[in-house]
Design a protein around this ligand. Structure first.
Ligand SMILES: Cc1ncc(COP(=O)(O)O)c(C=O)c1O
Length: 385
């Protein structure tokens, strides 16, 4: 048997993962440039600069001995804690995944059949597109307007008899735009009448101080067609443990639970996530820090000639570089020499090679970033003149 016949045996055509570049390529960068990960300031991955909650770290340490047991396959304790955290849902409305990414794939695996269409506004997180294609579906891209806003009527005009799912990311990665609850509800309501599911990725919603005004979590028991994705990666800084969750009506959760693999979430991730939700001080401190530093970073970036800075509601900022004469890859490479890693956004469908995304970090780190960007751009200007 040769390679080609092996490909023929595969159940479906698999998407070449080289097409999808993620933020958080810190291990690869550290190997390539022979620097320690601690020496790199990662502005590419949008993770809480405070790191995990001290309560999560404590829970991991005090539960190390328990890794000799299998984890609870259905993350029961954590689901109870999540339900308590949001108050308006029950544990039976929740599924926990090995990172929220696992749940994007579980969802498409359950609901997307060959030939189904999925509406994806662009630019957005790339994993929806890959998951839809891998399930045999066809992504239908809807371009956002110049300010990267979604018009519900424009989106809904693309629904046809093949449409199975509409994907929304709120706040959106990489633009930082936040849709109003009214607009999202309009989409969910109309979609439900046309038998279309709505997948809302709220991975960055925890950063919004009054999140209940924007999140649709309180609506899942009312709408059969609504699925909400959340993550412990970004706000709670547990990226390396891989843990996220989905919220939907009980019927949808039942289907997804049947489709997931057993013991999908490791024990330490479950206890760390549960402890994180109980750390009210850390939650408040993180929100305050991000709001303050986002204002600071936006203001400072806007003062740098040639940068167009987009307003953001999340813990990252999208910047258009085209007036500096540098491409995103060129700026990324130049900053790496100073140990700074930013996200080159040229791999986002719908963006060209002039956009970068910068995560919000601590004041000291943000100041360093501003200093180095100024230096690098002045150097680039001198060499052009
Ligand atoms: C919008 C969005 N959703 C989901 C994810 C996946 O996060 P995780 O699988 O770490 O929970 C990411 C990661 O970058 C993201 O940006």
């Amino acid at each position: 048997m040769n390679m080609n016949s092996l490909k023929n045996l595969a159940r479906r055509e698999l998407v070449d993962l080289k097409q999808c570049i993620h933020g958080g390529e810190i291990w690869e960068i550290s190997q390539k440039y022979k620097v320690n990960v601690e020496e790199i300031i990662d502005f590419s991955a949008n993770i809480n600069p405070l790191g995990p909650s001290p309560k999560s770290l404590e829970a991991i340490k005090s539960n190390l001995e328990n890794i000799k047991f299998y984890p609870d396959s259905n993350s029961k304790d954590l689901r109870i804690a999540i339900a308590k955290h949001f108050k308006t849902i029950k544990p039976s409305n929740i599924i926990v995944g090995n990172g929220s990414t696992e749940l994007i794939y579980t969802f498409t695996c359950v609901f997307i059949n060959k030939g189904d269409e999925a509406i994806i506004p662009i630019p957005t997180f790339g994993e929806y597109e890959v998951a839809v294609k891998e399930a045999g579906g066809r992504p239908v891209y809807v371009e956002l307007n110049q300010e990267f806003n979604i018009s519900p009527s424009n989106l809904l005009s693309r629904v046809n008899h093949k449409t199975k799912v509409i994907f929304l990311c709120n706040p959106n990665n990489p633009t930082g735009n936040l849709m109003s609850k009214r607009d999202v509800l309009e989409i969910v309501e109309m979609a439900s009448r046309r038998d279309v599911l709505v997948f809302i990725d709220e991975a960055f919603m925890d950063f919004i101080p009054n999140e209940e005004k924007f999140s649709l979590i309180s609506e899942v028991r009312k709408y059969w067609n609504l699925f909400i994705l959340r993550s412990f990666t970004k706000f709670f800084g547990l990226a390396g443990l891989r843990i996220g969750y989905g919220i939907a009506c009980e019927e949808m959760i039942d289907l997804l639970l049947k489709a997931k693999i057993p013991w999908n979430v490791n024990y330490l991730a479950q206890v760390a996530a549960k402890a994180a939700l109980s750390d009210i001080n850390y939650i408040e401190e993180t929100r305050k820090l991000i709001a303050r530093e986002r204002d600071f970073l936006c203001r400072k970036l806007k003062q740098i000639p040639g940068l167009k800075v987009y307003p953001s509601h999340a813990n990252f900022i999208l910047v258009d570089l085209r007036n500096t004469g540098l491409t995103s890859l060129q700026l990324k490479r130049k900053l790496l020499k100073y140990g700074i890693l930013i996200r080159d956004c040229s791999s986002f469908r719908g963006l060209d090679e002039y956009y970068v995304r910068i995560a919000i970090r601590t004041r000291e780190e943000n100041e360093k970033l501003i200093r180095i960007i100024r230096k690098v751009l002045e150097g680039a200007l001198c060499s052009r003149n």
